[in-house]
Design a protein around this ligand. Structure first.
Ligand SMILES: *Cc1c(COP(=O)(O)O)cnc(C)c1O
Length: 404
């Protein structure tokens, strides 16, 4: 059959899908390959860069592994009920992370919002429709340590929940009252707060209050994926697009099955809820699962050694410039990976970190780093592609040499 005749035939055929499926130019894959020929980055004049800064939202965080992109591409040519995907992927994620249940959310941020919504509403559709107005709700408060009350708290408060601050365990016991709906813990702030995980959980359990923890950027170590579920947090929220390298807009909410069920009712595909705008498409849900599955199977010791080797390459190159000193640290909780600080004596190396950052950005290839102080920058290597460490080393060395 000629193409023209076939199209004519298909326009009246009742089973277009079945006929079209075997014909390359009519299958949905044809559309994908046509688009792939266009170089949109070039067409739109967008700047790409080597990411020596880290998993910053501004920098589009991380690059998805090819397993993730394959999951996205493969699922993009099929319809699947969104609820079915959440069910299956939720089961798989829960098993990997030793949780009772899980769901994919649009980032850790909406995991925080939807989890809190679930705690407040349960499966009561009237309550779900009423959020963020908590009038008539018995439980309306969330207890947070003062040092944990930083801007991420804005996420749970989207539900209308009121934040009650405490500093000591004694204050916590006193703050618990019939209006207490939840106790929220920011893992990043663990070392700043007086009450640590175990004590926080023990007090919550004693009073039967649900607990939530934000561990958004706290993978690696990989063990953090299950550590807080095993410790007994009722809800655990993590970013998918940071070190796990899932879709940037994906995250995971995991924990108690009844709370995940309630959280899902506060999210799409259901409407008349505060989560309706926090949609995650089938490609992202499957991509998140593919990323997590890939991530847990990595050789994490080997990865760590690779990161250290990259740091060493950059360190030894920049130290050849007089007046330059380097320090390697590992942030204890969030973004836990080797961080290289490059500092210089401005009497010998006459450049500000602003100007160095600009020179690296405007160079070829463009390189993004983080300014740390007027005379030092930070370099994070875990988002570099293989070989980029050498380019970063060369570019930073060149710019520092120019002005020394
Ligand atoms: C990144 C981050 C978030 C937000 O996570 P997204 O996945 O970007 O939505 C929330 N809390 C903390 C502590 C974070 O670092």
């Amino acid at each position: 059959m000629k193409r023209r005749d076939l199209i004519k035939y298909l326009s009246v055929a009742p089973v277009v899908g079945a006929v079209g499926a075997g014909i390359p130019f009519l299958s949905a894959n044809a559309a994908v390959s046509t688009v792939a020929k266009r170089d949109l980055i070039k067409e739109l004049g967008l700047r790409t860069f080597i990411n020596a800064a880290g998993t910053y939202t501004t920098h589009t965080a991380s690059l998805m592994h090819e397993d993730v992109v394959a999951a996205i591409n493969d699922s993009s040519t099929h319809f699947i009920m969104i609820g079915d995907i959440q069910d299956k992927v939720g089961e798989k994620i829960a098993a990997i992370c030793h949780a009772e249940a899980a769901m994919v959310t649009s980032g850790c941020w909406s995991a925080l919002v939807l989890g809190t919504a679930g705690v407040l509403t349960g499966t009561d559709l009237k309550k779900i429709a009423q959020l963020p107005n908590l009038q008539g709700f018995e439980k309306t408060q969330m207890i947070v340590q003062k040092s944990h009350n930083v801007h991420y708290v804005h996420a749970p408060t989207n539900t209308g929940i009121e934040v009650v601050e405490v500093e000591t365990a004694e204050e916590l016991e006193k703050a618990i009252n019939p209006k207490t709906a939840m106790m929220w813990f920011l893992n990043l702030a663990t070392n700043d707060g007086q009450i640590k995980h175990e004590e926080w959980l023990a007090i919550a359990k004693k009073h039967k209050i649900p607990t939530m923890i934000d561990i958004a950027a706290d993978i690696p170590p990989v063990t953090n994926l299950w550590k807080f579920n095993e410790l007994g947090f009722d809800l655990v929220c993590v970013s998918g697009g940071k070190a796990i390298r899932g879709p940037q807009s994906a995250g995971i909410l995991m924990g108690r099955a009844d709370l995940i069920k309630a959280a899902r009712l506060n999210a799409p595909p259901f409407g008349n809820n505060i989560g309706r705008g926090m949609k995650v498409n089938k490609e992202e849900i499957l991509g998140m699962y593919a990323a997590l599955d890939h991530y847990v199977k990595l050789d994490h010791d080997k990865e760590w050694k690779d990161w250290e080797a990259r740091v060493a390459v950059i360190e030894s190159a920049v130290k050849t410039v007089g007046g330059v000193t380097t320090t390697v640290t590992v942030p204890p909780i969030a973004n836990h990976n080797p961080l290289l600080n490059i500092a210089w004596d401005t009497a010998k190396v006459k450049i500000s970190s602003d100007d160095l950052a600009l020179a690296l950005r405007n160079g070829n290839p463009s390189v993004e780093i983080m300014k740390f102080s007027p005379n030092s920058i930070n370099i994070t290597v875990f988002m570099l592609k293989p070989g980029e460490d050498k380019i970063v080393a060369k570019r930073v060395q060149e710019e520092l040499k120019k002005v020394s």
